[in-house]
Every structure is written in structure tokens, then in C-alpha cells.
Write a protein that binds this ligand. Structure first.
Ligand code: ADP
Ligand code: MG
Length: 681
């Protein structure tokens, strides 16, 4: 038996086949979907008095029509209706455009209410809405719905009301009653009525509170339940490795691990030793020493007889990591190799064969690693660095190359806690919240372009003391060509201003070998100054570099500036970051200030998030940010955390999987595609 809720929207009076198609375009297929189409805001028709309203504020005034309205026509079909009404003792002029037909309805003596923008000085209300009804009765709140150009919002609203009236009572409440009671949340039927036809502000507030909580709760529950199932159904392979070998390797490192590194390594090794598959996110601020952690994890996998893959976003970074890993691990008999788009066909073929034959233990590379023809003999561990730069699909492809390999994501973009729960809710998270000992905080300055000469003198001084520096060129969106041109110009300018120094040049258009050579020369200290586009943004590690100059710094996001700044301060010398910018907007200036105030990536990202909002945080759709109808992970983070912990308790209780009380909830999860995965993995 199908209920009205489950029927196609076409059953609602007024919705024909054509309209039905249009509604489908809005994601509305069933009556239930229609009811689930929530308003994105409310129009406030609460009646105000003229004294209460500010100049240019929106509001509703109610008064008595004094004289017959006047209509003026101009242009084709355009007109303007003016009506005077007395509000208390104030004579207000109401102006409405293109609604001449109202003239006969607004007879002198009728009470009307008009909503629009208030001109306090001229006592004119330019109205969008005008109505003969007295508004005191209702809450004065009218839902406003999103629609598309070809479905009228007015009709949509009508249909929703009809659907609610005819089928609203059939809505099934998914929230367990214990939770509703605990948080005093209204039930679903009441909630939906309140959302679509608010009776008063307080009731609406509670209805929204429920929707927000429910959205978070269901999202977290699907994620956690999926993860639980996945752990049961596709167990990973427990890896066995001789810990004394790892200890020997760690003892031979030129530095001692920070306690944060030790903790993270313990977490990772414990995961790898378990039959369940590791799904862990390692967040570590720039310079916190993630590479060596990755190295130790990969070494452990190899000791256990497996292969490990390390995927990074750029070939420069792949080169650098490959070199470092090779240097450190070859002495222990580990065979490493590099795979990037820059390798020749022949080199690649050879690498494939060695991978398939198990002659390579650790492979480091770019997305070239995930081409379908890349074979592995027995891939046991996959690590991706700067994981947010890869799409969800790319990461999955890599993972699917092994027999349930363990997965470790590493990121230096500290993800604010709020977002990390919503986006990575299904992962275990480790943090490297400690920099290696002896690091001095980077001193950051914000300079105006006019100060260029002083900056160059400063560079000169630092270089003469044996240090090195980067100068990063402005980023010109969507045009690598222009980025390159910029880099060329700045390079020429600096060579002229610093004739005694060696200035290198790096940009994305250089052929692969040249890039490698430029990077090698800078690493080796043969060039003192490196002018570069953002290709050096991630991961590049030249500890002797102490100055980072970023030109037109206001063109970069905070996370990116922080990444760039992280290229210096990687050794024991005092490091500096100079942001050259003259931002015109308040927000731009605030960003520069934040950079000078903090070098803690986590604090920075929290502040960035507040400044920009969650949608923009990752800057792209690939990030897997879930979208909610009403809930906002930043604004409603308390609800998010509560929902998260409630969902966690529930999936881990035996009764959830059996008790009839949770049947609807279980069915909901089932319907979502057998606990369909909604996030990154
Ligand atoms: P990131 O986390 O930004 O990837 P890296 O792994 O590149 O950082 O490490 C930054 C620098 O710090 C490297 O030169 C690395 O060799 C060094 N390093 C890593 N761990 C330590 C440590 N425990 N003590 C001192 N230096 C360290
Ligand atoms: Mg790194």
C-alpha cells in the first residue's frame, strides 16, 4: 500500500504533467519531496509603526486608505500606483509598481497593509506586497521558497500547502523519541506545519531547531553506520611487522621525534596491525613533520611484506619526497621509485613491470599513480599528501588497487573542528599539534607596495648572511599564462635590483627537467633567491630559506598564504614572511591582519572560516562538503557536535540494529543506498 506521501507530485491538484517535469528538475518527485522542499528564508510581515522603522529598512505598515489611488502609466505596460494611507497620525504614501489592477480594490476607508522599503524622510513606502487583509491574526511570517524561473513561487507555495494539508499527517518521525524528549524537539508533523505555515516566532524557532538537529543527526548516522558496516564486511588485512626494525630506523634519524609525532605513529601502527582497515586523517600544520611519519608507516607496511604508495599533488613535491625517502630508506634495503607524468614512456613501462613483480616496495608519485594501467603486486598502504587537492574519485581509484589497503590522508590545511566533523566524520583523526623543537615562530609583516625597495634591501642583507628567500608572484585567476608573465617580470626586476645575487625562476610552464633543475639548484644553495608562481606552495622543503615574500598577497586565500609561509621557518634560523598588499576591502585588510597576528594554522583556519563561511572554505565542490537544507555546520556547530555524539552512541548500541523503535530509521538508512557513503573516502 502506498501512502499519499510516496505518490508522485502529480497527484496534487494543480500540478499537471508539464509542471511535474519542472518540479522533478528541482529534485521534487514525490509528495514527500514537495513537503520536504523547505523555505530558505521568511518574509516578515509583522506590522510596525513608522517610528520604529529605520530609513531604507524593510517593514510592513498598516493603515486606512485616504483617497482613491492614482495610477500613472509609462513605457510599455509599465505603471505606478500611488495610494495614501493614514497610519496612526502619519500620512504615508505607498508606491507599487505594475499593479494598476489594485486601484479599484483599494477604496478609501479600507484597511490595508503594505510591505516594502521605507523612506523615512519622504514618508514613502515602496511596496512589494500590498494586501487588504489585516495581518495581526497570523504570525506575520511568510515562507519564501527557492524555485526555478519556470515554476511560479506563488504556485509552489500553494502546492506545498495542499500537500501538507493532505499528506502531512502521514509523515514518519525518524528521530528517536528519547532524543526528541531530551532536547524538547517538536515531532515531525508539527515541525513541517510550523515550517511551512508559521504560527509564531517561538514555535518556528523550535521547528527549525528540530530540522537542523535532524539533518545533522541523519547525516552523521548514515556516515557512522556505513563505516561500522564497512568495518564488519570488508575487514582489512592485519599487518605484522617487527617493531624493533622500526625502532632502529627511528633511532638513526638525525633528530628525535616530537611527542606528537610519536603519538601519531602509535595511532597509525595500531590501526595497521588491526584486521580492520585504517581510514585515518592526519592533520599537521605546515612544518610539523608529516613526511617522516609517512615514511615510518610505509616502512612498517614493507616490513609486513606489502607495497606502499605515496600520492602527492605536484611533481616537484613527488621528486622531493622520492629523494628524501630514497635517501633514508635505501640503507634499510627498501626499493623505492618515482612515478610522475614527466617520466618517459619507457621509464613508466619499466616501473609498471617492477610494481607488478613486487620489485618496488614504495612508489611515490602524482596522480600518474592512479592510471588504470598501474599494477601492484600487493598494495597494503596508501598515503595521500594534501589530500584535499585530489578529487574523491581519484582517491577511490587508488584505494581500489589493493586488497583493502590501509588509508592515511595527510593535510596541512588545518580543518576547523566543525568542518572536520561534518566532512571527515567517518575518519579517525590524528593531529600533529607540535612543531619540532627549536623552531622560532615566523615573523610576519604586512607591507605596502611602496616599500619594495626596503624589502629588497632586507633580502639582500639576509642573503649576504647565507640565507635564501622566495618571492611568490601574484596569482592571476584562470590564467597560467599571465602568472608566468608576472614571474618573468618580477624575476627580471629583481635581477636588476640585486645584481650580485643569483636569482632562480620557477613556474608551471617550465619543462619537467628544468623544474627539477631549478629546484635542485635552490635546494643546493646555488641560487639564493627563487622567484616563483604558486607551484612551490605545498610541501617544498628547503630549510635554509628564511624569507618568504608574497607579492599581491591579497589575491591569495588565508589557507594558501599560510601554506606559502610554511615554506620558511623549517630550520633553526629566524624566518620572516612579508606580505605585499594594498587590499581595498575591509575583509582583505582583515586577512592581512590575521596573518600577522597568528602563525597557528588551526587558529587561522577558524578565523578564515568565520570570515568566509563554510561554502568557500575549500574553494571547490570536490571537497565533499555535505549540503544541508537548513543546518549550517559553522553557525550550528553545537547542534552538530551533539548530533554527532548521539548518532555515535546509537550505532554502537545493540538495540539500534534490532529494536522495532528504530525500524523507520534503519529503513531510512537502507533506502539511502544500503548506507550509502556521502563523504570523502
Ligand atoms: P610537513 O608536515 O610540512 O610536511 P616536513 O615533513 O616537510 O613537514 O618536515 C619539515 C622539516 O622538519 C623537514 O626538514 C624535516 O626533516 C624536519 N623534521 C621533521 N620532524 C622533525 C623533528 N622531530 N625534529 C626536527 N626536525 C624535524
Ligand atoms: Mg609535507
Amino acid at each position: 500500500m502506498t501512502t499519499k506521501l510516496q505518490q508522485d507530485v502529480g497527484v496534487i491538484k494543480g500540478i499537471g504533467t508539464e509542471t511535474e517535469k519542472k518540479l522533478n528538475g528541482l529534485g521534487i518527485f514525490t509528495v514527500k519531496d514537495l513537503i520536504g522542499h523547505l523555505p530558505f528564508r521568511y518574509e516578515d510581515f509583522k506590522v510596525s509603526s513608522p517610528e520604529e522603522l529605520e530609513h531604507q529598512e524593510r517593514g510592513t505598515l498598516q493603515g486606512v486608505v485616504q483617497e482613491t489611488p492614482v495610477v500613472r502609466y509609462y513605457g510599455k505596460k509599465k505603471n505606478r500606483l500611488t495610494v495614501r494611507m493614514l497610519v496612526g497620525y502619519v500620512l504615508v504614501t505607498v508606491v507599487v509598481f505594475n499593479r494598476a489592477y489594485l486601484k479599484n480594490q483599494l477604496e478609501p476607508g479600507t484597511t490595508i497593509s503594505a510591505t516594502g522599503k521605507w523612506d523615512k524622510h519622504r514618508l514613502i513606502l515602496t511596496a512589494q506586497y500590498i494586501s487588504k487583509e489585516e495581518m495581526q491574526e497570523s504570525s506575520g511570517l511568510e515562507p519564501v521558497y527557492a524555485s526555478t524561473a519556470n515554476v511560479s513561487v506563488r504556485h509552489l507555495k500553494q502546492w506545498i500547502q495542499t500537500a501538507l494539508h493532505e499528506a502531512g499527517h502521514e509523515m514518519e518521525d525518524l528521530l528517536p523519541s528519547a532524543l526528541k524528549e531530551a532536547y524538547k524537539l517538536p515531532d515531525i508533523v508539527e515541525t513541517m506545519h510550523e515550517i511551512h505555515q508559521p504560527t509564531d516566532r517561538i514555535a518556528l524557532k523550535h521547528a527549525r531547531r528540530r530540522i537542523v538537529y535532524e539533518e545533522f543527526f541523519l547525516f552523521q548516522l548514515s556516515m557512522l553506520a556505513y563505516r561500522k558496516k564497512q568495518k564488519q564486511e570488508e575487514p582489512g588485512t592485519p599487518l605484522k611487522f617487527e617493531e624493533s626494525l622500526l625502532r632502529a630506523f627511528i633511532a638513526e634519524l638525525p633528530f628525535s621525534l616530537t611527542s606528537a609525532q610519536q603519538q601519531v605513529i602509535r595511532d597509525i601502527l595500531a590501526d595497521m596491525a588491526l584486521p580492520a582497515r585504517m581510514n585515518r586523517l592526519l592533520q599537521g600544520d605546515v612544518g610539523s613533520g608529516k613526511t617522516v611519519v609517512a615514511m615510518i608507516a610505509m616502512y612498517a607496511a614493507v616490513i609486513a611484506g606489502k607495497q606502499a604508495a605515496f600520492m602527492v599533488p605536484t611533481s616537484i613535491l613527488a621528486e622531493q619526497h622520492a629523494k628524501e625517502i630514497e635517501e633514508r630508506l635505501t640503507p634499510y634495503g627498501i626499493r623505492t621509485s618515482l612515478l610522475t607524468g614527466g617520466r618517459t614512456e619507457k621509464q613508466r613501462k619499466e616501473t609498471y613491470q617492477q610494481l607488478a613483480g613486487g620489485e618496488i616496495d614504495i612508489i611515490i608519485g602524482t596522480h600518474a599513480l592512479i592510471q588504470p594501467e598501474v599494477p601492484f603486486r600487493d598494495l597494503g598502504l596508501v598515503i595521500t599528501d594534501e589530500q584535499h587537492r585530489f578529487g574523491v574519485k581519484q582517491r577511490r581509484t587508488l584505494r581500489d588497487k589493493g586488497q583493502h589497503p590501509d588509508i592515511l590522508f595527510m593535510t596541512a590545511t588545518p580543518i576547523p573542528r566543525t568542518l572536520s566533523i561534518s566532512v571527515f566524520g567517518d575518519m579517525d583523526v590524528s593531529k600533529l599539534n607540535e612543531l619540532p623543537a627549536g623552531r622560532k615562530p615566523i615573523e610576519t609583516y604586512w607591507a605596502k607596495p611602496a616599500m619594495l625597495e626596503r624589502i629588497v634591501r632586507f633580502l639582500d642583507k639576509e642573503i649576504n648572511q647565507g640565507r635564501q628567500a622566495y618571492v611568490i608572484c601574484p596569482l592571476i585567476e584562470e590564467s597560467e599564462q599571465l602568472d608566468v608573465q608576472n614571474a618573468l617580470d618580477i624575476h627580471a626586476e629583481l635581477e636588476e635590483m640585486l645584481p650580485h645575487q643569483t636569482v632562480g625562476l620557477m613556474h608551471g610552464r617550465l619543462p619537467q627537467e628544468e623544474k627539477e633543475e631549478v629546484m635542485r639548484a635552490f635546494s643546493a644553495g646555488e641560487t639564493s633567491l627563487l622567484v616563483s608562481t604558486t607551484v612551490v606552495e605545498v610541501g617544498v622543503n628547503v630549510p635554509n630559506a628564511t624569507v618568504m615574500v608574497i607579492s599581491d598577497a591579497d589575491r591569495f586565500g588565508l589557507a594558501q598564504l599560510h601554506q606559502l609561509r610554511g615554506r620558511v621557518g623549517r630550520g633553526s634560523e629566524q624566518a620572516y614572511c612579508i606580505l605585499i598588499a594594498d587590499p581595498k576591502t575591509e575583509q582583505g585588510q582583515e586577512r592581512m591582519r590575521i596573518m600577522t597576528e597568528t602563525s597557528d594554522g588551526f587558529e587561522l583556519s577558524e578565523r578564515d572560516l568565520k570570515l568566509r563561511g563554510p561554502g568557500d572554505f575549500f574553494g571547490n565542490k570536490q571537497s565533499g562538503m555535505p549540503s544541508f537544507k537548513m543546518a549550517d555546520p559553522v553557525h550550528d556547530y553545537r547542534a552538530l557536535e551533539t548530533a554527532r555524539s548521539d548518532a555515535d552512541k546509537l550505532v554502537n548500541s545493540a538495540s539500534f540494529w534490532e529494536h522495532p523503535d528504530y525500524k523507520a530509521l534503519r529503513e531510512y538508512l537502507e533506502e539511502k543506498g544500503a548506507l550509502e557513503h556521502q563523504t570523502l573516502d
